[in-house]
Ligand binder design. Structure first.
Ligand SMILES: OC[C@@H]1[C@@H](O)[C@H](O)[C@@H](O)c2nc(CNc3ccccc3)cn21
Length: 600
């Protein structure tokens, strides 16, 4: 029969009010629960009234699953939610942090560390729009992106997820949010979540607050900084995100001056909700409330009370959802958590779901499958790769630049662990959580791009790690050396040494010691390179370019000029860290903003 909340002609506030008035405590609590897909099913969603499901890094319905398989999985979960008493649709979330990176065949864009070097917010907005289409192709309406961390120490394992050490660049790159969600209508109230229809997705500004400022870059650790420092460096991009209508904000595992962010009521409720007027929902990180205690999960009751009372609206449980539900219900009944707090959380979640049209379009179809890995998106990614490259050295003598390389050299040598390896050029959060070396998805390796770019008569010889004799005795005009960091994510990426693996250094020495070489560095951050600079003729920072390696060859061979500028200080040695632009003591190998250019 007719119920106001089901009527799309009514104002969202009217629909929320009507629905809230009908909901039991169990139905309200269910909306606050997000579980991993491995624990979800049509039956579980129906029985426990779960409001959200996620794919953790690399969690897929099947290896190399097609868009249609994804759609079928999401729809099956959704039908469970739609069959509940009130039929509130669930929202499925996934980390699409550089394209739809969990999905085989999706376009993999450069990671944020490279995008910051483009200084091109309009480009990043287009990347958001393309990503939204590829995510919707798989029936998913919500992404845990963008990460708007301001990484202040490259020893942090997640520094590659940060656009820059300079918050103003991070602020500019929040343009990805209207790309993902759509432009907010001119007269809409600031802070209200906005998602413009079935070709757009809800976004998530993360991780609030100060994730990029932890001590020595230790992941999930302590950000020791004054309130002034926190608000001037780590907060600004959240203003931009809220003004642009970001639908959700994810809380950081890290602490500020010893206080866990997941417990920080002043910053979550006091500032983000009450001062910035953020009206979307706040989501915890994975087991974020468990990790409020040491050891984690040591006092789950306290974690639930403190996390929910701090202002967390949706809990990424993700596995022990019965423990959470059975834990929180008595806490509300016993007034440890007020009904007002629960209603605020549910209202925010419903506002996002109503606002994005999820009640009207809860189920996906196969009509958007064609967007996954679409040629136009790969061309956009290729452009982003071109603009992200930073030329740090171009020839041992200023009047003898090595780049752009000749396409007509008779014979050239390509070497290195990262030259013919899609997995290595994509980095972490690709196909699997940590990323993986090898032929893990579709795309163009740097080697195949080089082969496509040089003249047909040019001979391209590839050796992953040749010895010096081979290099010397084969009359190569020059060598392209592609080496760098292996893929990593989160704590696995934390490094105090910031060296690249020995093999890569070996390759540089063997090759650059014998013939003219251009080193293309694949890394998630500045790494130790100073000791080898004198042996290297030309040096390119390529960051983590993603699936479209053609963009690297486009610029190496002069079809396009180098334009990228460092968005991060390149240190001389790790003893200098942390060292950021503006610091009183600033003695970099290459300063923030540095980047040589070449003419196309
Ligand atoms: O994938 C969901 C979230 C992601 O959006 C956050 O940015 C990230 O902090 C995040 N981490 C995990 C899983 N972390 C984890 C760490 C150690 C063991 C198991 C899981 C999930 N997520």
């Amino acid at each position: 029969e007719y119920m106001k909340y089901k009527d799309p002609k009514l104002a969202i506030n009217v629909r929320i009010k009507d629905l809230m008035s009908r909901m039991t405590l169990e139905e309200k609590i269910g909306q606050m629960v997000q579980i991993d897909r491995t624990k979800a099913s049509n039956k579980v969603l129906k029985k426990y009234l779960i409001g959200s499901v996620l794919s953790g890094g690399g969690s897929v319905p099947a290896k190399r699953a097609s868009a249609e398989t994804w759609v079928d999985m999401v729809n099956d979960f959704q039908k469970g939610s739609l069959s509940t008493r009130l039929g509130i649709p669930m929202i499925y979330g996934i980390d699409a942090v550089h394209g739809h990176n969990n999905v085989y065949g999706a376009t993999v864009f450069p990671h944020n560390v490279g995008l910051g070097c483009t200084r091109d917010p309009a480009l990043v907005k287009k990347i958001g729009a393309a990503t939204a289409l590829e995510v919707r192709a798989t029936g998913i309406p919500y992404v845990f992106a963008p990460c708007i961390a301001v990484c202040r120490d490259p020893r942090w394992g997640r520094c590659f997820e940060s656009y820059s050490e300079d918050h103003t660049i991070v602020q500019a790159m929040t343009e990805i949010i209207p790309g993902l969600q759509g432009d907010i209508p001119a007269n809409s109230r600031k802070g209200v979540p906005f998602v413009g229809g079935k070709q757009k997705v809800a976004a998530c500004a993360k991780h609030y607050l100060g994730d990029g400022g932890t001590n020595k870059g230790i992941n999930e650790n302590n950000t020791i900084i004054s309130a002034n420092g926190l608000f001037s460096i780590h907060m600004p991009a959240y203003y931009n995100s809220v003004i642009k209508g970001v639908a959700t904000v994810m809380i950081s595992y890290s602490s500020w001056n010893g206080v866990k962010m997941h417990s920080n009521r002043q910053l979550i409720t006091g500032f983000l909700k009450n001062r910035l007027k953020f009206r979307g929902f706040v989501i915890s990180d994975w087991q974020g409330i468990d990790r409020m205690t040491t050891p984690e999960h040591a006092n789950y009751t306290w974690s639930i009370i403190t996390g929910v009372n701090a202002g967390i609206d949706m809990i990424m449980v993700p596995y022990n959802y019965t423990e959470f539900i059975d834990g929180i219900i008595p806490l509300v009944k016993g007034k440890f958590i007020s009904m007002t707090r629960i209603d605020d959380a549910v209202r925010r979640i419903l506002r996002v779901k109503f606002g994005m049209g999820l009640f009207e379009n809860p189920l996906a179809d196969y009509s958007m499958a064609k967007y996954l890995g679409k040629k136009e998106h790969r061309e956009l990614a290729r452009e982003a790769v071109r603009k992200s490259l930073v030329l740090l050295k171009n020839g041992k003598y200023a009047d003898k630049p090595l780049l752009p390389l000749s396409k007509k050299a008779p014979k050239i040598l390509v070497v290195g662990s990262h030259a013919d390896n899609i997995g290595n050029q994509c980095g972490g959060w690709t196909i699997v959580w940590q990323g993986k070396s090898g032929n893990i998805t579709t795309g163009t390796t740097i080697l195949s791009a080089i082969k496509k770019t040089v003249a047909p008569e040019t001979k391209v010889v590839y050796r992953e790690n040749p010895d010096a004799k081979f290099v010397k005795n084969n009359k190569f005009s020059y060598a392209i050396v592609v080496v760098g960091e292996p893929p990593y994510a989160e704590t696995f990426g934390d490094s105090l040494s910031l060296t690249i693996p020995e093999t890569g250094i070996n390759t540089i020495k063997n090759v650059c010691g014998a013939i003219k070489c251009v080193v293309v560095l694949i890394s998630g951050r500045p790494v130790v390179i100073e000791p080898y600079i004198s042996q290297i003729d030309a040096l390119v920072a390529a960051w983590l370019p993603g699936s479209e390696g053609q963009g690297v060859a486009d610029v190496l061979f002069g079809d396009y000029g180098f334009t990228g500028k460092l968005a991060r200080t390149w240190f001389k040695n790790v003893d200098q860290l942390p060292m950021n632009v503006g610091d009183s003591h600033y003695d970099p190998l290459f300063p923030f903003g540095f980047g040589l250019t070449t003419k196309p």
